[in-house]
Write a new protein. Structure first.
Length: 234
């Protein structure tokens, strides 16, 4: 009898994707795990960098160094996010993207005032995508497109040159490394959101935003799951 009862409950109550102990209440997580995530409560409105005071751009953005206009990031790239996102990429734990995509959807529904006309996932070079078997930014963009009913196109923005690991380069070498790495195809709408898993220095989003603006886009948002908190990485 008890066995039947437990089975019956499990049909309706999905367990939390993190602790697997309590039932999932919000974005696939239990209330405790959801509350314990490293939420990015106050971020620079332009680059999302975690800050102490809201509404004012960070010192980098006061100098208008980025070509994108706005960043939405619900989380800081700290534990456990800094092990969960590499787990998606390198251990193929793709199911993690499911609840993180729901979490980003809820964040955008709460926070976003200007909706884009098109979602563009940050592309991987075709060789790198073939080696990994998927592009996590593309899968995330598909979840957001379905949830928010905004068109997503992974063919209009392409990576045409392999750039290697950005992490090993300093700021100016990173910028140089990205020059000419991307191309855009066909006409683009005025408002676009670039989708990626994390923003570290903002260099990739900046390079692509410059290209999109040359191609006629007037407003570029960057939507990521998490933003790195270390300002000196810029
Ligand atoms: Zn939990
Ligand atoms: Zn900023």
């Amino acid at each position: 009898m008890i066995f039947n009862k437990v089975n019956y409950r499990s049909l309706f109550n999905q367990s939390c994707a993190l602790c697997r102990l309590q039932s999932a209440e919000i974005s696939g997580l239990c209330e405790d795990c959801h509350a314990d995530l490293p939420w990015l409560l106050l971020g620079c409105p332009i680059c999302g960098l975690p800050r102490l005071s809201p509404d004012h751009p960070c010192t980098h953005c006061q100098q208008k160094i980025f070509k994108f206009d706005q960043t939405e990031a619900p989380l800081e790239y700290r534990f456990p996010i800094n092990s969960l996102i590499p787990g998606i990429k390198y251990q193929r734990r793709i199911q993690t993207l499911g609840w993180l995509g729901e979490l980003l959807t809820h964040h955008l529904q709460d926070r976003c005032e200007t909706w884009p006309d098109l979602l563009l996932p940050v592309p991987m070079h075709p060789i790198d995508e073939a080696l990994r078997g998927f592009n996590q930014a593309g899968l995330l963009a598909e979840i957001l497109s379905r949830n928010l009913q905004i068109c997503c196109d992974s063919a209009q923005l392409r990576k045409i040159r392999r750039t290697g690991k950005q992490m090993t380069l300093n700021a100016s070498a990173r910028q140089q490394n990205l020059k000419g790495a991307f191309s855009i195809q066909g006409p683009l709408p005025h408002r676009v959101a670039l989708i990626d898993d994390i923003m570290t220095t903002g260099g990739t989003a900046d390079e692509i935003a410059g290209l999109l603006k040359l191609g006629g886009v007037s407003h570029v948002q960057v939507w990521v799951l998490a933003r790195t908190p270390e300002p000196d990485l810029d």
